[in-house]
Design a protein around this ligand. Structure first.
Ligand code: TUI
Length: 315
């Protein structure tokens, strides 16, 4: 099976597919399994201090010789020490989220590392292209966790037209139909987060995985829109409490307090009532647990089938 684009050489992988670097979810085990399957596994640094992240990088290195990446969450209080660590470890690919990574671009590239930020708007994409990033992930608001305002369907073609570097589409993609659609929009590759939560190698708590597997089409909601930090999660007791307090006019600090530690509570301890069950809208399309290898094979195989079917219908 062959599914190849210019991204494969940039990332050092067989398929132009990235596994999203989800905080607390994307551990060294998951990233290594995805990389072993021919895609790019990515460890999520989230809010973790450098020592914790270092253990995950060591785990991944012990499990695979293939390239993998690390995602830096730019709102993390540990971002500076995480940048230092990644330069020391010479991780092949660094993706960034939740902010502008401009001031770190040169440091990574001097080490020969690839820097690939998430963008949720055209102006940010243009600014980052001037700084010389290697590629960008255009992520629509169908995605889980911290999100922008535009959908994948309208964001990706606009970013593709605005910049020359390869664009990776993300947000709402869970199967071969979504991958083929992203390629049709001009993307050179795709990033999937939610689908990989169902991987056997994903060490998230069974309750968290269960919420993904049983989610229906309208089960995610956006919290934090008023505070300016919109986050997509599966609806539960916490989201109801959050919107009640928001409507009552709670202060930003009070709302932020509700969210502190809530992601770890759901992902690691399985508290899916009071925790933050971050997931994309595509959770409703994730129906079973599989190995990372099975997920990657299925994505590649179904993408090729969709493209073949279109050729038969329209050529
Ligand atoms: O980063 C993500 N998704 C995340 S990070 C995360 S951890 C977290 N925990 C608690 C509260 C909030 C986050 C969970 N999910 N996705 C990538 C992404 N980046 N989506 C949107 C953006 C983004 C937003 C603004 C990227 C750049 C940006 O720039 C603003 C500027 O400086 O112009």
């Amino acid at each position: 099976m062959r599914l190849k684009s210019e991204l494969c050489d940039i990332l050092g992988v067989e398929y132009p597919i990235l596994q999203g670097g989800m905080a607390w979810v994307a551990t060294g085990e998951l990233a290594a399994a995805v990389s072993e399957a021919g895609a790019l596994g990515i460890i999520g640094a989230g809010n973790a201090p450098a020592e914790v992240l270092e253990q995950e990088i060591k785990k991944a290195k012990a499990l695979t010789d293939k390239p993998f990446g690390v995602n830096i969450m730019l709102l993390s209080p540990f971002v500076e020490e995480v940048v230092e660590l990644l330069c020391r470890e010479e991780v092949r690919v660094v993706t960034t989220g939740a902010g502008n990574p401009g001031k770190y671009v040169k440091r990574f590239q001097e080490k020969g590392m690839r820097i690939i930020p998430v963008v949720s708007s055209v102006p940010l994409a243009k600014r980052l292209e001037r700084l010389g990033v290697d590629a960008m992930i255009a992520e629509g608001m169908e995605a889980g966790g911290h999100i922008g305002e535009l959908t994948t369907m309208v964001l990706v073609p606009q970013v593709v037209d605005a910049v020359k570097v390869p664009i990776i589409a993300a947000g709402g993609i869970a199967d071969g139909r979504g991958v083929a659609a992203a390629l049709a929009l001009g993307a050179a590759g795709v990033q999937l987060g939610t689908r990989f939560i169902s991987a056997h190698e994903c060490t998230a708590h069974a309750h968290y995985k269960g919420m993904i597997l049983k989610a229906k089409d309208r089960d995610t909601v956006i919290t934090g829109e008023i505070s300016g930090h919109p986050v997509r999660v599966i609806r539960n007791k916490l989201t109801r409490e959050f919107s009640r307090r928001e409507k009552e006019g709670a202060s930003l600090e009070e709302l932020e307090k509700l969210g502190v530690g809530a992601l770890a509570a759901a992902v690691r301890r399985g508290d899916v009532l009071n925790g933050s069950v971050m997931a994309g809208q595509s959770a409703a399309m994730v129906l079973k647990e599989e190995s990372a290898q099975e997920i990657v094979n299925d994505l590649v195989c179904k993408t090729i089938s969709v493209i073949d079917a279109l050729k038969v219908m329209y050529c």
